[in-house]
Write a protein that binds this ligand. Sequence first.
Ligand code: ADP
Ligand code: MG
Length: 471
Amino acid sequence: MTLLLQPKILEYTTEDTSSRTWLAVSNSLKKEYGEETFKSWISKLDFVSCANGHLDFTVPTRFIRDWIATHYEKRLLKLWRQHDINIKKINITVEPKKNPNTDIVKSSERASIGTPVSNEPNAAEHANTSITNLDRRFTFENFVVGKPNELAYAAAKAVADAGVVQAGSNPLFLYGGVGLGKTHLMHAIAWHINKNNPKRRVAYLSAEKYMYQFVKALRNKDIMSFKEQFRSVDVLMVDDVQFICGKDSTQEEFFHTFNELIDNNRQIVISCDRSPSDLEDMEERIRSRLGWGLVADVHSTTYELRIGILQSKLDQMNISIPKNVVEFLAAKISSNVRELEGALNKVIAHSNLIGREVTLEVTKEILRDLLRSNERAVTIEDIQKKVSERFNVKVSDMSSSRRLRSVSRPRQVAMYLSKSLTQRSFSEIGKKFGGKDHTTVMHAVKKVEELMSIDIEFGEDIRLLKRILEC
Ligand code: ADP
Ligand code: MG
């Protein structure tokens, strides 16, 4: 009897302790990886049990499981073992979440959506426009994957491949600086679905176009058909959603469409130049709703990725240029892929025109102006963005007056870097940081220099940031 009872009691306590351990571990993970990553991935783990040296979790989709397994599982295990050394293994199983509001659309319903019906002029017209709007070159095959964009690529591919909508990836929110491949990925999703699953209706449009159509519909008192065209799609993609920030009625309308589509289990893909939490002019409830699904950032390119992209473009054009020219371009044009492509095209076009072979000398000559502007490209905004990423704080905190050390220190670092990497004066820098006084900036610079001289690790960190920003 006692033997039977004891394990029961033990089991109870273990469960209790392991739930507490999970709370502690997930808190540490949140601190390490930041809110955004935590929300997208780690928070999707449902802790089930801890027994026989195994931890069991469930997640809603296979994609989330694979991503967590390759990126966070090792760290999770290590942290857990600090609490309980007996844990040897983590099992993550996929258990799709059943949500009564987002039930899978029945295939009969889907088919009727997929087939344009003659009395639905808007839907048919819309579907056509969306495909002709797409750039032929923007496919997954032509997208070069590297560390900075692997998450965005994998997420976009998963959305394109999925026959049914994956609750954990809806909406898919892609964000990152200009020219880094967000539009390319959205078009790639559309091409992929168009080819492999032509019955699924895909609509792609820019937020500006969305707004324009909305305003036009308002003027023509035709809101019903405006709404109808979006209701009839399976996948809605809205590019550069930052454009509807601050536009109250469009924002509101967008939110309605958005909710309706999500409730009907349609996939939404959004791109933006900043993260949901940095969308300051967007209403709080909309902002938080946008971040519910999968938030994937596209980081600035690395040198390796730029080399890969140039090589791939050359292969596509069936052209070869000397290796030192490719390396030169990848090293010098680091702002974004659009500029990199532009520079490559310019070099090729010019040398064709003047009938000269592409050499390093010719390249330097052709790109003289562009290179000059790239050299002074680092701006205070770039610095604020990089520093916020590095320290996991919001870009908006750079201009806030929050005194919390975890926020004020990164702000001081950004001020210091602004002073050393730009020509701006102390008071100009202060203005860019939410109108701070020049003495605050001077103090920040002194403080960071002091810390760099006494804390080796901190100093290394800052020097690395500086190098990244300079290249
Ligand atoms: P964004 O929408 O983020 O501003 P785009 O998607 O318009 O950027 O990309 C700008 C250009 O760079 C496009 O011509 C695109 O094909 C190219 N590009 C961006 N990232 C990649 C990549 N990883 N591989 C190949 N081409 C890329
Ligand atoms: Mg774009």
